[in-house]
Design a protein around this ligand. Structure first.
Ligand code: SDX
Length: 435
């Protein structure tokens, strides 16, 4: 029987023999995995704790069973609930994809309209949030503001602590998806010393975000339809990516039954890191540092000598081209027709050309990932570099929430609490105390 491309095996076992005792064991293999807890029976004596599995950074550990996103890293495949990302990017919308991630099916026309209305009705934030944001320095990084304001939202919705109540969870899901663009835009406007631009219910999700970012004195902001659509596609491409670092943070914090605002703040904090969602910002800084196509070979040499990483390249799962990067390159061409071509694209394309021919990158299976080209588009659209990870977070929120919901409903899950291998000092006493 197969499900989601995996073979469900129930009658195969892993036979192991412990050379310390000569005893043999049969560990059931299900869905291509053994249960780590089954190792605990392998002991050298009755008072032995039993074997642990040691897996720093969870490089070969499945933390959950999930039906949300399927990735085949070797083939460069990404599917949300079974739908190829290429189809969703071409034919769906970010809000419909959010519904798909959360509910398992694409919405019908009535569901789609009702869902968009519900999100639109929750885009405002409490006026006190503005005072909170005003407390940041003008040059505060917008991701720092976003992480903080997400956590602060938990104080405005104390009822969200009732995480075991599905209706309460559903209410917070709407609020978090709806308010992310508002928090992001407010952080941006604060940095520029501009008055906050309020949501416009007449606009689409992406259009309203552009409105709150860009509206000045005009009576009504009219988003450019090409940029509005490009942003919606970029949000789709970032919506989920199975058990990445920030999703793991979301699930882990939520496993203590913390409220979803606090868990989302932790997820956003993880995403902020330059090895994760912060990479799109680092890519732009890297391209600016390289400065011209002529400097690319020298930069590549520095990467190959281990001096620095090629930001936007490489992936824990994709050992082939990240399918999102392919789509983003297509979106770039549409955006540049409106904004004009971003000269940094030439440097990025030359970096990619050389890297994909170079044995170091081929042998390390390093290909452009989602962050390599997204920043070039964001910059061309006029977003400051520091806003790039914030844009990533807006897109990823539905994924974090769908994973949260799946974790909360999973009977196998409990509070996350890994074990360790203790390598510290044995028993010792303070001077003069020989107890
Ligand atoms: C995202 O997990 C997800 O799904 C994340 C994400 C999502 O949608 O949620 O896809 C979004 O975070 C994309 C990744 C963005 N980060 C970057 O672009 C930063 C640069 N990339 C690297 O830091 C790295 O590739 C990671 C963090 C993405 C993956 O790291 P791994 O899997 O832990 O691999 P590694 O660091 O152990 O590297 C393996 C080898 C090492 O060489 P050796 O020491 O074995 O000789 O590959 C080398 C690394 O030095 N390597 C790189 C490199 N990435 C890995 N060398 C140069 N440049 C790079 N970018």
């Amino acid at each position: 029987m197969t499900s989601y491309g995996l073979v469900m095996t129930t009658d195969h076992v892993l036979q192991v023999t412990d050379s310390r005792t000569g005893r043999s064991y049969e560990l059931p293999i299900v869905d291509g995995a053994i249960r780590a807890i089954d190792l605990r029976q392998i002991k050298t004596s009755d008072d032995d704790f039993g074997l642990l599995s040691y897996d720093p950074a969870f490089q070969n550990t499945a933390s959950c069973r999930s039906a949300i996103t399927f990735i085949d890293g070797d083939k460069g495949i990404l599917r949300y609930r079974g739908y190829p990302i290429e189809e969703l990017a071409r034919r769906s919308t970010f809000l419909d994809v959010s519904w798909l991630l959360l509910n398992g099916e694409l919405p019908d026309k009535a569901e789609s309209a009702a869902w968009a209305r519900e999100i639109t009705q929750h885009t405002y934030v409490h006026e006190n949030i503005k005072k909170f944001i005003d407390g940041f320095h003008y040059d505060a990084h917008p991701m720092g503001i976003l992480v903080s304001t997400l956590a602060a939202l938990s104080t405005f919705y104390p009822q969200a602590k009732a995480v075991l109540d599905k209706a309460v969870r559903d209410e917070q899901v709407v609020r978090l998806i709806a308010k992310m663009p508002t928090l992001a835009a407010f952080a941006y406007r604060h940095a520029l010393g501009l008055p906050y631009a309020y949501p416009d219910d007449d606009l689409s999700y992406a259009g309203n975000f552009l409105n709150m970012m860009r509206k000045m004195t005009e009576p009504k902001y009219e988003p450019d339809p090409v940029l509005e659509h490009a942003l919606d596609v970029l949000f789709i491409l970032h919506a989920d990516h199975e058990q990445n670092c920030s999703t793991n943070a979301m699930r882990s914090v939520a496993s203590s039954h913390a409220d979803p605002y606090s868990a989302a703040a932790a997820a956003a904090a993880a995403l902020y890191g330059p090895l994760h969602g912060g990479a799109n910002e680092q890519v732009l800084r890297m391209l600016r540092e390289i400065g011209s196509v002529d400097n690319v070979p020298g930069y590549i040499d520095r990467v190959k000598h281990g001096e620095l990483k090629l930001m936007g390249f490489g992936h824990r799962v994709y050992k082939n081209y990240d399918p999102r990067a392919t789509i983003i390159k297509e979106v770039a061409n549409q955006v540049f027709e409106v904004t004009g071509r971003n000269p940094l694209l030439d440097i990025a394309l030359e970096l990619e050309r050389i890297a994909l021919e170079d044995d170091y990158f081929i042998s390390h299976k390093l290909y452009p990932n989602v962050d390599f080209y997204s920043g070039i588009i964001y910059q061309a659209m006029g977003f400051p570099v520091a806003m790039f990870p914030v844009l990533f977070a807006i897109g990823r929120m539905p994924g974090w929430l769908a994973q949260w919901e799946e974790g909360m409903a999973d009977p196998e899950q409990k509070i996350s609490r890994p074990r360790q291998i203790y390598v510290g000092c044995g028993l010792r006493h303070m001077d003069g105390d020989s107890a």
